[in-house]
Design a binder for this molecule. Structure first.
Ligand SMILES: Nc1ncnc2c1ncn2[C@@H]1O[C@H](COP(=O)(O)OP(=O)(O)OP(=O)(O)O)[C@@H](O)[C@H]1O
Ligand SMILES: [Mg+2]
Length: 277
């Protein structure tokens, strides 16, 4: 399935943004504690797709997410991110890939409790060496884009679960990564708040982001364009499970530009270093 109108950087629209070939992960290999967590996983995700990965507890979903996010290395097989074999990258190139290409939303938010929402969101920009004034300006814009412009000074404990999750999403997107990986992002939320987060993902998808959502909940997965199911380390695409959420989406603007090179819209909505007055 391909999305017209959404093209990869440089016009190579046929290169998957995420592709794995026969990916394997074995923990504690060769010991009594050996666990085969991934078996021959083949995954192809194009830019601008919203894909769900379902599966029971222990089936290997988070293991796969850690490999896709270049937080861990496979035991065998190949992972290509935007056509680049990640195993060929050195330490610095890997850090750049994690920073520039992929935003993570972890289950349980992972926000720093002593920091305000604004500082939590701005935090990844520190590593990207963005000047302090611009960091705060971009964090403010990111929080406004998820509807939290009036809560920037609140600490996580002063926010609801859904608001904390939106702070985590704003933080994941602050470096404008083209790919958003979310591990059970609605697991801790009530149904209505969860629907709000899913609507935000659909808007991001419509703006050209690639969204990979991990969930055990079929109702959540049904919002995605396509669904894969993980069973005991094996991944299969589940035809007919995705109902293509695009049809039910109202046009909205999340305020997040994706990778400027890939954004089909000319202006990114978070101020760019060179575009702010
Ligand atoms: N660091 C590790 N060392 C050893 N085994 C691990 C490690 N991490 C995960 N496992 C094992 O690998 C398998 C897959 O775990 P994984 O965390 O990927 O499952 P999951 O699908 O994300 O489950 P859940 O829905 O409960 O989060 C499990 O059997 C788990 O016990
Ligand atoms: Mg998990």
């Amino acid at each position: 399935m391909s999305r017209t109108g959404v093209r990869a950087a440089g016009g190579d629209g046929d290169v998957p943004v995420i592709e794995t070939r026969a990916l394997e992960k074995i923990y504690s290999e060769g010991t009594e504690a050996e666990v085969v967590a991934l078996r021959g996983v083949d995954l192809r995700i194009m830019r601008g797709e919203f894909v769900a990965i379902m599966g029971p507890s222990g089936s290997g979903k988070s293991t796969l997410m850690n490999l896709i996010g270049a937080l861990d290395t496979p035991s065998a097989g190949v992972y290509l991110c935007d056509g680049v074999d990640v195993s060929t990258l050195d330490r610095e190139a890997l850090a750049r890939l994690r920073r520039d290409k992929i935003g993570f939303v972890f289950q349980g938010f992972n926000l720093l409790p002593r920091m305000s929402a604004l500082d939590n969101v701005a935090m990844p920009l520190g590593y990207a060496s963005v000047p302090p004034a611009e960091r705060l300006e971009r964090a403010q814009a990111a929080l406004e884009a998820v509807g939290l412009g009036a809560r920037t000074g609140h600490r996580p404990s002063e926010l609801s679960g859904g608001q904390q999750q939106r702070v985590a999403i704003a933080r994941a997107l602050i470096n404008r990564p083209p790919v958003l990986l979310a591990d059970e992002p609605t697991g801790a939320l009530d149904t209505r708040t969860g629907e709000e987060i899913l609507a935000l993902f659909k808007r991001l998808r419509d703006e050209g982001h690639t969204v990979v959502l991990i969930t055990h909940d079929p109702d959540v997965a049904a919002h995605a364009d396509r669904t894969y199911v993980m069973r005991d380390g094996e991944l299969d695409e589940e035809p007919g499970l995705g109902m293509n959420g695009r049809a039910s989406v109202e046009s909205g603007d999340s305020g997040f530009g994706s990778d400027p090179n890939a954004d089909p819209n000319p202006q990114s909505r978070i101020p760019n270093p060179g575009s702010t007055p």
